[in-house]
Design a protein around this ligand. Sequence first.
Ligand code: NAG
Ligand code: NAG
Ligand code: NAG
Ligand code: NAG
Ligand code: NAG
Length: 251
Amino acid sequence: MVAVQKDYWYFLVLMMQLCFLKGSVQMKAPESKVKLQDGMILDCLCPWTGQLIMVSWTKKPLSNPVAVYHPQYGTNYESSYDGRVEFLKTTAMDGSISIMNVTEGDIGQYHCSLQSYPQGSWTKDTIVEKAAITTNFSIQPDTRLTATENDNLTITCDLVHNGDVYKVSIEKVDAEMGTSNIIATCQMLEDGVELREFNSRGQVNCSDAMEVSLHLTNIIQEDGGLYRCNFSTDAGVQSTTVLLATLPAQG
Ligand SMILES: *[C@@H]1O[C@H](CO)[C@@H](O)[C@H](O)[C@H]1NC(C)=O
Ligand SMILES: *[C@@H]1O[C@H](CO)[C@@H](O)[C@H](O)[C@H]1NC(C)=O
Ligand SMILES: *[C@@H]1O[C@H](CO)[C@@H](O)[C@H](O)[C@H]1NC(C)=O
Ligand SMILES: *[C@@H]1O[C@H](CO)[C@@H](O)[C@H](O)[C@H]1NC(C)=O
Ligand SMILES: *[C@@H]1O[C@H](CO)[C@@H](O)[C@H](O)[C@H]1NC(C)=O
């Protein structure tokens, strides 16, 4: 997007909010809480149908602007959030954002205000709380995926690897606790690929090309997190990571 003056877009946000305060419907969704975490999702999924006019995110108590999305003018971010915030846009009425490279400065109360036509304004507050255990913020997943609860999703690990792969493992990593749970391994044997599953959540497939996939049905919040696949090759172990973020089901 062409650089629009910051004060201009903030002015636009205020004007839009004022216009919508008059007249049309105002609906406030229940507040939610998330723990401060890299890639955390602040959800603002409006259940209405219609046309999205604009989404703006501000941070309380001073209602400082954070990010704005307008279908025609695009996105605009406050400088300290630029490059760290992404609008997820999983549906036409989705104003949810994710925030990367978080710091303690990101703790606080966020206000999402979504203007729609014809129904009016839909707002939701999200409180970002300090994580109970100090999180390791340095995790940079190779792939980021987003899924809505109750949906189905396949996580695939297809690393461009050097050397012949003789074993692949997939595990779920708990970065906070520094532990991991192995889900399955695929081992190349003379007569084909042998799959061993250790965890019943999801269905694992190993292809003859040693690509491993995990199919999750009816996703629950606990499915979110970091997955790691290790490819054991004659040139050593190579890993790839996938961060799955889950959004609450609509409605
Ligand atoms: C996040 O931090 C890492 C390491 O400091 C940096 O390489 C990366 O570009 C940052 N990403 C964003 C989106 O700011
Ligand atoms: C955080 O992760 C990095 C790289 O994965 C690691 O080097 C570091 O020791 C970790 N820090 C903590 C406190 O676990
Ligand atoms: C997910 O998969 C299950 C079982 O295959 C199916 O019953 C369900 O309808 C699927 N859900 C969605 C949202 O596609
Ligand atoms: C996984 O394997 C099963 C059985 O071999 C097959 O029916 C299914 O289509 C495979 N799924 C994927 C995603 O490849
Ligand atoms: C995968 O590789 C990582 C880093 O090399 C290692 O810490 C982890 O234990 C490995 N996982 C498995 C299941 O071998």
